[in-house]
Design a protein around this ligand. Sequence first.
Ligand SMILES: [Zn+2]
Length: 494
Amino acid sequence: MKLFEQQELVIYNSISKTKEKFKPINDGSIGMYVCGPTVYSNVHLGNCRTFLSFDLIFRYLKHLGFKVRYVRNITDAGHLENDADSGEDRIAKKARIEMVEPMEIVQRYTVDFHQTMSLFNALPPSIEPTATGHIIEQIEIIEKIILEGFAYIVNGSVYFDVHKFNETNSYGKLSGRNLEDMVANTRDLAAQSDKKNPQDFALWKKAEPEHIMRWPSPWSQGFPGWHLECTAMSTKYLGKQFDIHGGGMDLKFPHHECEIAQSEAALKTNPVNYWMHANMLTLNGKKMAKSTGNNILPHEIFSGINSILSKAFSPSVTKFFMYQANYRSILDFSNNALIASEKGFNKMMEAFKMLSEISISDECDFDPSAWKQSCYDAMNDDFNSPILIAQLFEAVKIINSAKEGNIKLDQNAITILQDTMQLFIFEVLGLQENLIINTTDDTKLEGAVAILIELRNQARINKDFATSDLIRDQLKVAGINLKDGKDGTSFSLN
Ligand SMILES: [Zn+2]
């Protein structure tokens, strides 16, 4: 019997706004699509939160025994500066400023994204398709939408006719908006001259002469609209209808709303059974965003090099901090919150290691099976990681009491504690030992530490032990341990 047959999973579905019992389309298999990054800049911590939320979900679904096909795309064309089909392509703009090929920008930031995800110990998706690799599929979907009468061609561009679509379908059902309100709230009609209505969105845009990212199509040399790629790639790899579609909360409208409209228009199906949205990470109470400059980059946290941080924090501590909030809640980032998370993280890891030192009793004052099920219950309830972590801290309390001789644990309890903590800490939460990652150039770090070791040696020769101790202790706080040996002083990162 598979685990998923024993554990009843419920998922909060953004479209029904309720928790629903999870039932996949095909028994035992799950298709999951998550909107990936637009690779025109370094991935900031707010983006990471979304991808780490879905990593947790992917890991838990796999643990339950489901065969999961997890598709997460790379947006490497079509995403304009302004989500409403205007402005320059984000990647082309960066390439123009730096005077490089757009694909050099794509390559650089795809590599950065992969490296960052791997530092966070996030699993790679099953398939990671790109928008530029699926132009033909996108053109095919546009042709179907035109054929069904839900799109029109103007000057070589193709637009989705939202008003026509809304006559037979319901546009706005995911985001809870209705078309009349959208019309009433739209002022700027003149700026959208090609469209019949400002609510319409581009499926294909004719390229201006200076626009270099362009492909041939039946309508013009141009490029696909941003919403279309996700419909094309999810359909290709997961079918017309699949189980889970995820992304950041800010993608609900217009991006995901348009995906639903495209699928319903072209394929006559509601594409997704469970819509899941991860909430945002804030900094100083405001949304982290590339465009406003209110953001922090992962490597700044791992190196401690940012004025808001008092020290470096490991990827696992950073991830632990994020998982202490439910993926659907807004979470505010601060130095103090990371310090508190690190304390909790270390306490949990120490207790886990201590398990092997506990003396085994014949008696037991703890019900390990009930506790183990409570860990599953937390995750079964819409992947509620803060409750899971609270349960892990229950175990920490039990272990510490047993260590102090206040309660007794038998072999069975110790084995269940060990196996369950191992499972949830390392496999499901995907945490690792508290490694400080050196994201700077190795030789530069070695050079800098060598200078500090030399200064410390000088201080010792001068019998200035206050300074030599200060150097050692401050390096330790920064995660660098000095070790004095007969061949001199060496260092290690902890
Ligand atoms: Zn998408």
